[in-house]
Design a protein around this ligand. Structure first.
Ligand SMILES: O=[N+]([O-])c1ccc(O[C@@H]2O[C@H](CO)[C@@H](O[C@@H]3O[C@H](CO)[C@@H](O[C@@H]4O[C@H](CO)[C@@H](O)[C@H](O)[C@H]4O)[C@H](O)[C@H]3O)[C@H](O)[C@H]2O)cc1
Ligand SMILES: [Mg+2]
Length: 364
């Protein structure tokens, strides 16, 4: 099995610049960018980001990409597959923008197991020699910590926990490492949230039988926080955990104390420029002033953090700004949100150009 005994699941592997994102950049973005930004855009297309399996229809791309990775590795490369598992029934229960295809009251629990997780497992079994690293269900468990007052989250809670447990058990293969989504410093990092969060992650981990394949927590998915910032910006007050480094340092011992020996990966895809136009730390939708962040690397300078990664593909919208749309979420209408914006996941050209212009380190 291509997994170092107790080592870093990313060590020794290269990120795979997947064709889906690369084609968005080359066919959608570059043709309508000023020529001066073409080199930067081409550089972004070569950055390995996570592949979001956000519908059942997207699952076959995992097979397609792993076959390409297998072929290229047979020719001497050392690529790994990095995917997001993101399709819980009644998904994104505290927001409206990213509601998914599965619903609890439409057989979503059964479909999640048999038509989504089981299908992913079957694909993984075809590639026992390929290193696969997974981000598990962005936002879901974090919502279980802070949004149990939201009816949809309260109702979804037992299903989120049971289905997360199912996924952790079912995807627990020798060549797989999994990182449960842990929100970010401005979400679970608050003093009021961090201890209940550690307790809940410990419970979920143990309920799944403490699977070897669970390596830890992924933070800052689809968010904008710096890995490391100097003085805490005013909008983070009074949360002392004002960047992802402070958050993971505070979170790790609490997780350990709950029987969850967590390591971390941190999404820095949109963290390059600080501060952003956030007026409140809870602004999460298409935040203006963001820039592409540090390139994915295992050279994190922290023994808690396996890698800096790009999970949210920069340039794909967080949610529509069309107030008449079904999935309109008011956060995407806030002053900090870039408008007009297309539906979540759809290509957002002007935002992509902004990320290029604000990239740090520079892209080309
Ligand atoms: O002064 N104090 O002492 C004090 C103490 C506690 C305070 O309360 C905390 O305030 C925080 C905001 O500062 C809240 O954090 C926000 O929670 C939202 C969910 O409810 C998250 O939204 C998600 O974001 C995802 C992308 O990250 C989207 O993909 C997803 O669709 C979207 O739903 C925001 O990121 C996240 O920033 C905390 O819950 C809340 O507990 C506040 C003050
Ligand atoms: Mg989202």
């Amino acid at each position: 099995a291509p997994r170092a005994a107790a080592g870093n699941p990313f060590e020794g592997y290269d990120f795979y610049a997947n064709p889906y994102y690369s084609s968005e950049v080359h066919s959608l973005a570059i043709p309508s960018l000023p020529a001066s930004l073409h080199p930067a855009a081409s550089a972004v297309a070569n950055v390995g980001s996570f592949v979001w399996m956000d519908t059942r229809a997207k699952v076959p791309t995992m097979d397609e990409y792993l076959a390409i990775i297998k072929e290229r590795n047979a020719a001497g490369e050392k690529l790994m597959g990095t995917f997001v598992v993101y399709n819980l029934p009644d998904r994104d229960c505290a927001a409206l923008a990213s509601n998914g295809e599965l619903h609890i009251d439409q057989n979503g629990v059964e479909l999640y197991k048999t038509d989504y997780i089981d299908k992913i497992a079957a694909i993984i079994e075809k590639y026992p020699d390929i290193k696969i690293n997974l981000a598990i269900e962005p936002d879901s468990l974090a919502n279980m910590v802070t949004n149990m007052n939201v009816a949809k989250c309260q109702r979804a809670a037992p299903y989120y926990r049971d289905l997360t447990s199912y996924a952790l058990k079912k995807l627990n293969y020798d060549n797989v490492d999994m990182y449960l989504d842990g929100g970010h410093a401005g979400w679970l990092g608050w003093e009021a949230n961090i201890t209940p969060a550690a307790k809940m992650f410990g419970e979920v981990f143990k309920a799944a039988g403490s699977p070897r394949g669970v390596r830890g927590i992924v933070t800052n998915v689809s968010n904008y926080n710096a890995w490391k910032i100097g003085a805490c910006p005013a909008l983070t007050s009074p949360n002392a955990n004002c960047d992802e480094e402070r958050f993971v340092k505070a979170f790790a011992p609490l997780l350990q104390a709950n029987g969850f020996p967590a390591h971390f990966i941190v999404d820095v895809g949109r963290s390059g420029k600080q501060p952003t136009a956030q007026e409140q730390w809870g602004d999460w939708c298409n935040v203006r002033g963001a820039g592409f962040g540090p390139r994915p690397t295992t050279n994190t300078g922290s023994d808690l953090v396996d890698a800096f990664v790009w999970v949210k593909p920069g340039g794909e919208s967080d949610g529509t700004s069309d107030t008449s749309a079904n999935r309109y979420d008011a956060h995407c209408g806030r002053p900090s949100a870039f408008k007009p914006a297309p539906e979540a996941g759809h290509w957002f050209q002007a935002y992509f150009q902004m990320l290029l212009e604000n990239a740090n380190p520079p892209l080309a």
